[in-house]
Design a protein around this ligand. Structure first.
Ligand code: ADP
Ligand code: MG
Length: 590
């Protein structure tokens, strides 16, 4: 008996859908691109539950005939190319005829569509590739797509969808990549009956402003410089950010022939142009649009891939580099820059608390071959190591008993607290120790919902991007529990009315921003992880800094607080807080 057979269409479509439609964002992208290809000038997107329940795209494009709309859902059905050579003269976003077939395989789809020349439109219902009904209907010219309950028939895929916040962020990310290329098309994005974006037709610059402007008070595009360069090989135009506006939340976009692309090599060209103008961690924003003969790029790319191959990447690298340099130089920015990098050199004694990421080892001389808590202790001969380790563990266990006898604490190098214990010398990192204690307090505060806040006389304004507002709302309650009292000012700004008790007003906004960055990529167990990250960030920000001279009482209190923690040796982020030098180990040195 022969065993090879073709898969039924609906099964084949479902498999293919796995590639094209990974999440609500990719489904919406396909629908919106189809509307653009249909020459729509107005596109409205309506989303429920981050697209899991409903994604609706309404356009005023050319619509479809009753036969075409039925055909459109077949695999490889497209009106956009007819033969292979068409591939090299593409002017549309789609061309493979895969998207609709894939979408209808994994969702419940309803379409209403009408062409200008038709009196009546068509209404078509498809559930998981099965056509349920097709009938004439009256509807406006254009197409109205509803995609409901994505992956309703593929529970495994549905289960793997992320939280609404994450899926909505993905939708926005993809949406930006499209609307930035089509400023002449009017777009609206509505989520849970609220208008998230309302973009009127205009220029590229106006579109960028409408999306990234932080608030009516702060123009985004005034921080951009124009670039433009026309060569036989490629035309480049767009905008690059002024170096002084560079920061952590840079917006970086490349588009080629009307399509978003990622291109690490060209990115490097842009960054090279900025060389010497940026502080270490800062990134410039850029929006660069390439126009190139479609034959010079690999067009037959997969719809979900954003990386595009060019046949002449090296000369284009040089063109980008020169254009960006010219834009930066034109305004005489380069010579006037004088960044102070000296402040960043790590000093053994610092007067300010460094950021957690910057906690460097102090310049001290000590024997690093012996530390019973680190893996490198294994370098000791095995025979020595085992009993030594046991002794340290024992010493620690008896610490509580020893505590009354500790007596005086000594501060060393403005960073460490030294303590005599019966078994040896205990060395405590003062900043980490305090951060460790505070972390526990903050985390507990969030769990217990005990809010303590110092109210500000003059509220600070915290400006964020529209994307980030979703994130802020997600962690707002926890921020409140540790003392951040926020009030929404407008779509992209919060008024900070209160901050945590030990915090400096001047550090509040930067800390909030860092907290946001910390939790940005948190996906699983969101609540728990966010809390940990918020508590940790805040703890480091408000802990006793290095270089601060401590009184005997302060040191004693800190040590007591520290030792009352279940695991006082290691911080939440895995740093060593306490180290021991056993008496025997010290004696061996003499
Ligand atoms: P592709 O876009 O690659 O051609 P799709 O599966 O996305 O494949 O769409 C199939 C066809 O359906 C398109 O070629 C187009 O003719 C038609 N179509 C899809 N969406 C629309 C729309 N919003 N308006 C008009 N025609 C559409
Ligand atoms: Mg398409």
């Amino acid at each position: 008996m022969d065993v090879v057979h073709l898969l039924p269409d609906n099964v084949a479509n479902q498999i293919a859908a796995g590639e094209v439609i990974q999440r609500p964002a990719s489904c919406l992208k396909e629908l919106v691109e189809n509307s653009i290809d249909a020459s729509a000038t107005r596109i409205q997107v309506i989303v429920r539950d981050a697209g899991k329940t409903l994604m609706q795209v309404i356009d005023n494009g050319k619509g479809m005939s009753p036969t075409d709309v039925r055909m459109a859902f077949e695999r490889h059905a497209t009106s956009k190319i007819s033969n292979a050579s068409d591939l090299f003269h593409l002017h549309t976003m789609g061309f493979r005829g895969e998207a609709l077939a894939s979408i209808c395989a994994v969702a419940q789809v309803e379409v209403q569509t009408r062409r200008e020349e038709d009196e009546m439109g068509t209404r078509l219902l498809i559930n998981g590739s099965d056509v349920i009904s097709q009938e004439p209907c009256s509807c406006p010219v254009g197409t109205n797509f509803k995609v409901k309950n994505l992956f309703y028939n593929v529970p495994v895929r549905r289960k793997f969808l992320k939280t609404d916040q994450t899926e909505m962020r993905n939708i926005l990310t993809d949406f930006y990549r499209i609307v930035l290329v089509y400023p002449k098309i009017q777009f609206t994005l509505i989520h849970q009956d609220e208008i998230v974006l309302d973009l009127t037709a205009g220029t590229e610059k106006q579109r960028i402003e409408a999306i990234f402007q932080h608030s009516p008070r702060q123009s985004f595009t005034s921080q951009l410089l124009d670039i433009r360069c026309d060569t036989d090989l490629v035309s480049i135009r767009g905008f690059v950010g002024k170096p002084e506006a560079a920061g952590k939340n840079a917006q970086q976009y490349f588009f080629v022939n009307g399509r978003y692309m990622r291109h690490p090599y060209f990115h490097k060209a842009v960054m090279t142009a900025y060389q010497g103008m940026l502080q270490a961690e800062d990134n410039p924003s850029y929006f660069i649009y390439f126009d190139i003969d479609p034959e010079a790029i690999d067009v037959n790319i997969h719809p979900t891939k954003t990386e595009i191959k060019f046949s002449d990447e090296q000369p284009i690298f040089q063109i980008i580099l020169a254009s960006v340099r010219e834009a930066l130089g034109k305004f005489n920015i380069a010579p006037s820059l004088d960044f102070d990098t000296k402040g960043k050199i790590d000093m053994p004694v610092q007067t300010q608390a460094p950021r957690p990421g910057q906690l460097e080892r102090p310049v001290t001389t000590r024997n690093t071959t012996y530390n019973p808590f680190k893996a490198h202790a294994i370098h000791l001969p095995a025979t020595d190591w085992q009993p030594m380790y046991e002794k340290v563990a024992e010493a620690e266990q008896s610490l509580f008993a020893d505590l009354d006898e500790i007596g005086k604490c000594y501060q060393y190098a403005g960073r460490y607290i030294l303590l005599n214990t019966r078994k040896g010398l205990m060395v405590v990192d003062q900043h980490r120790a305090h951060a460790h204690v505070l972390y526990t307090t903050y985390y507990h505060q969030m769990e217990q919902a005990q809010s303590v806040s110092q109210q500000l006389l003059f509220p600070e304004v915290w400006e964020i991007t529209l994307e980030d507002t979703i994130l802020v709302e997600q962690i707002r309650y926890d921020l409140q529990q540790v003392g951040f009292d926020l009030e929404q000012l407008d779509k992209t700004a919060y008024s900070v009315l209160g901050i945590p008790p030990r915090m400096e007003v001047s550090a509040a906004i930067a800390t909030l921003q860092q907290m946001l960055d910390d939790v940005r990529d948190t996906d699983t167990n969101v609540r728990e992880n966010c809390r940990r990250k918020i508590a940790l960030r805040l703890a480091y920000e408000t802990a006793i800094p290095y270089g601060k001279i401590l009184s005997d009482d302060e040191m004693e209190q800190l040590i007591k607080d520290l030792l009352s923690l279940p695991d006082y040796r290691t911080s939440e982020d895995g740093k060593t807080v306490v180290s021991f030098f056993l008496s025997e180990e010290i004696e061996k040195r003499f």
